[in-house]
Ligand binder design. Sequence first.
Ligand code: NI
Length: 165
Amino acid sequence: MAIREILTDKDPVLHKKCHSVTQFDQRLWDLIDDMRATLEDAGGAGLAAPQVGILRRVVVLMDENDEMLELVNPELIAQEGEQDGLEGCLSVPGLWGYVKRPQKVRVKAQDRKGAWFEAGGEGIVARCFCHEIEHLDGHVFTERVDHIYTSEEIEQLWEEEEKGN
Ligand code: NI
């Protein structure tokens, strides 16, 4: 297992559509293991293969039980409700924005051996599923926001909110 470099959204790889995975072999397992190590090291909520420079439809993310889930060829199959919340990305360090997402999602995906399963989540986990699957189509959350905030601006916003309450 190795920690791979996380590319920023300035890299063209982050803006390309990823290919489906068709070979469930050692090469895929090495990629997934490296992505797990990289996500754990970065302390993020999710990581998509293009963020480590690989144009394949592979995602790892933290589920509702705070366990890491591996998704190969994931597809959104159901969604419900709406939420508006703050979002960030390991490829866009230090910047944040408010993005509307479904409140609840259901996803189907293959595991590392190719077996299909379903997973899903609500709130912040639903947000993460949507965010990571969008990475596989070459999209970054900053395309969806009206305004980009720096970490300092977010802190200031929260302080003001606290004073208002
Ligand atoms: Ni991201």
